[in-house]
Design a protein. Structure first.
Length: 675
């Protein structure tokens, strides 16, 4: 008997059966653009071996003008068919099914040749699109149909037609982007003509026994988005036009509401899909922030959808479904929704990977094989660097002992999990604990080791992390000056007016912690929706409350300072920095930049500006919290070297500048793969 009867139940589509209810949602990984089709194939085949029922590829362009970026993968030629056939063949050999997503980006296409229903620039693109005429629209339909036909030829089990997230088809649907007056604009019937025509013509071209998923925007989260009645009308027409399944799209890319970041509650939008259940007779897929088999099972058991889409969780663990089937759900590496190695990479032009699983998209290059000789390995430090090294060493057959002076494993992750909106870090540390037990790693807590204790090991790895940087501000020894460690780990008392020194990731997080009290909105969906101004699209067009976000009042008056004159949070994650900034702004946090720290006294923090140290100003504060960066903690590494033992030094102990868990984990895993 399984814990996940709904999740693991097959889904009969008539002409084919899906083996369970898990769809791997489309992700633009950048793999297709490497043109290394063996690598692309291995990425998907690994997930097929992990028992996911159906996968959707990253968005593939139907033509040049519709491709997301110049050089993005397309499906237009016989050569494309040949390359994609390598992928479909490998997936089928592994027992999987795969659909190709056809993505026409419309005005989101990054290039001057982009096209759209009307010449209205998107706030997230520098390009004004060209308005399509009748022939132009006909060409786009023809190109999409052609891509579907070629996908079928390449052996795909189906296609997903991207009609949400503010892309081309979605741009026709709403007046926000469609101001046409011909038969493709004006009334709602006219505005949905294009997606319906596309689905109808694709079905005509591919015949009956081929999956067509239509990704339908169920809540646009933009001004003048669709109402729910309109969503229902479109869904019914899409069913009639021949779609096999409808997948849920949540929010346009330009929406100012977070939809998949870690601070978004789990399954935050399953209720939107549920509203559509019963309105159409084809299966519905729900998505966004579903990242454990328990959450997925509950969503299905409650009748929110017929299937769940999980995309990033399949990066974190390719064997998600297999582990759920085997009753080993606790061993599933959790997607913490950080975006740090997936979406942030995509938007920086880098290949996608995963913070938790550096092998994601590197399956052919970062290979974990049994070690030729079993060694004894000592690892000092049970932060993410040490823990990931320990796991990979143990998987390879080494005998591993981990030492940490703290009472629990996790290192700084234990501070991260205190931050409202970062609750996923709890499960992340729990998973490491499970894996230490599963892999029979000897973990010795409350144990500070010296060089003599490490002499007998074949390999010694120092992963002791960092110390907070001393900013050397006169007066910083006063009792009302704290470090982020005092606040987050030791729960020191903090006054009502606070100056936070340093606006890096930790300064932002500490500010977030200080302005909240009680339950985090991430743990309470109605509160979170109020905070961000999200409503039922049946009540408000596009699912946005007209009055906008309504956050709880801040519990403290916080001033966040930095010496740089640049915008606060400029160096935070590409896809999440704006959320952190918006969140603190909503809580009236004052951003002060371009300062020199002069001194601290009972009244607060004295600062000046510019090289001439002009404009002396007092930031009145009851408490000052220092988040001024970090330096490597490598005393033990130095002591070992003095004894002639050369350890491997990783994570913060190696380089503290720009350290994050992503780098710590990747460095540890890659080292362990070579020992
Ligand atoms: P650490 O995590 O610092 O672990 C070092 C370990 O070594 C500790 O457990 C310590 O007790 C132990 N140790 C030290 N000396 C000894 C000794 N002599 N003997 C035995 N044990 C010893 N990163 C992200 O990527 N994303 C985030 O969202 C994020 N949020 C963060 C939020 C906060 C509030 C903080 C503080 C950090 C955050 N980070 C985040 C940073 C991330 O946690 C660190 O980059 C990461 O933990 C560094 O890993 P590490 O293993 O090198 O060191
Ligand atoms: P950080 O990002 O390097 O920020 C340090 C801050 O301290 C900067 O704002 C810097 O700004 C300031 N500073 C540096 N030297 C100073 C000095 N001598 N005196 C006063 N101020 C000084 O480091 P962090 O905030 O400590 O974070 C550590 C790492 O954890 C980061 O690399 C980050 O990636 C990671 N982290 C990530 C997240 C996330 O959400 N992804 C969250 C938390 C932490 P000025 O020099 O302008 O003053
Ligand atoms: Fe999930 Fe973060 Fe990995 Fe992306 S990088 S898949 S968000 S854990």
């Amino acid at each position: 008997m399984t814990d996940y009867p709904h999740l693991l139940a097959p889904l009969d589509l008539g002409f084919t059966t899906l083996k369970n209810r898990v769809l791997m949602g489309s992700m633009h990984t950048g793999l297709e653009e490497t043109r290394d089709w063996n690598r692309v194939a291995e990425f998907y085949a690994e997930r097929a071996r992990g028992e996911v029922a159906l996968m959707v590829t990253g968005g593939i362009g139907p033509n040049l003008e519709g491709s997301v970026l110049p050089g993005a993968a397309m499906m237009t030629t016989a050569e494309d068919v040949k390359n994609h056939a390598i992928v479909t063949g490998r997936v089928h050999d592994a027992g999987g099914k795969i659909a190709m997503q056809i993505l026409h980006a419309g005005r989101y296409a990054y290039g001057p040749k982009c096209v759209a229903p009307s010449p209205i620039k998107s706030p997230i693109s520098p390009f004004v699109p060209t308005e399509l005429d009748e022939d132009g629209i006909e060409k786009q339909i023809g190109d999409i149909v052609n891509a579907a036909r070629l996908a079928q030829e390449a052996g795909y089990d189906g296609v997903e037609i991207m009609g949400s997230e503010g892309y081309f088809l979605n741009q026709f649907i709403v007046t926000h982007t469609n101001t046409r007056t011909d038969r493709w604009g004006g009334s709602y019937e006219n505005r949905i003509r294009l997606p319906i025509e596309v689905v109808r013509r694709v079905r005509q071209a591919v015949g009956t026994d081929f999956i067509i998923i239509y990704r339908l925007s169920m809540i646009d989260l933009i001004p003048n988005g669709s109402t729910f009645d309109e969503v229902v009308q479109l869904a019914k027409e899409i069913e009639k036009a021949g779609a096999t399944i409808i997948n849920t799209g949540i929010g346009w890319h330009e929406a100012r509401v977070p939809t998949i970041a870690t601070s978004v509650p789990r399954r935050a939008f399953a209720w939107v899909t549920q509203k559509l259940m019963g309105q159409v007779s084809i299966p519905l897929i729900t998505s966004n922030r579903i990242n454990t088999p328990e959450v997925a099972e509950n969503v299905l058991a409650e009748g929110c959808a017929d299937m769940v889409s999980m995309a990033r969780p399949m990066l974190a663990d390719a064997h998600f479904v297999r582990k759920a089937m085997e009753g080993a759900g606790a061993q599933i590496a959790p997607c913490i929704a950080c975006n740090q190695a997936c979406l942030d990479h995509t938007f920086s032009g880098k290949l996608t990977s995963c913070l938790v699983n550096p092998r994601a998209c590197h399956e052919t290059e970062l290979v974990i094989e049994p070690a030729a000789t079993q060694k004894t390995v000592a690892i000092v430090g049970a932060g993410p660097a040490g823990l990931s090294t320990a796991m990979t060493c143990a998987e390879r057959g080494h005998k591993v002992t981990v030492f940490d002076k703290a009472a629990e494993i996790g290192g700084q992750l234990n501070m991260a999990k205190q931050i409202p909106g970062k609750e996923e870090f709890w499960g992340f540390v729990d998973w490491y604990r499970t894996m230490m037990d599963t892999l029979e790693i000897d973990v010795r807590l409350n144990t500070e080791v010296g060089p003599d204790d490490l002499e007998s090991f074949d390999e010694v790895i120092i992963a002791t992390g960092v110390s907070p940087r001393d900013p050397g501000i006169p007066g910083q020894d006063s009792t009302h000056v704290l470090t982020y460690i005092d606040v987050l780990r030791d729960q020191a008392e903090v006054g009502e007016r606070v100056a936070v020194i340093g606006a890096g990731g930790i300064g932002f997080d500490v500010s977030e912690y200080l302005v909240h009290d009680g339950e985090s909105p991430t743990e309470n969906l109605p509160d979170w929706m109020t905070e961000w101004g999200v409503a039922d699209p049946a009540d408000h067009r596009g699912g946005l409350v007209p009055e906008g976000p309504k956050p709880e009042a801040p519990t403290r008056a916080v001033t966040l300072l930095q010496r740089k004159a640049e915008k606060h949070g400029k160096r935070l994650g590409k896809t999440t920095g704006w959320i952190h900034r918006a969140s603190l702004k909503m809580k009236d946090v004052t951003f002060v930049g371009g300062v020199n720290y002069e001194r601290i006294d009972e009244a607060g923090l004295h600062v000046s500006s510019g090289e001439g140290r002009e404009n002396p100003t007092l930031i009145e504060a009851d408490t000052i919290v220092m988040c001024a960066g970090q330096t490597p903690l490598r005393d033990l590494a130095d002591a070992l070297e003095a004894k002639g033992i050369v350890p491997h030094v990783i994570g913060g102990a190696d380089v503290a500048a720009e350290l994050d868990a992503k780098r710590a984990i990747e460095q540890g895993t890659r080292l362990a793969a070579t020992l």
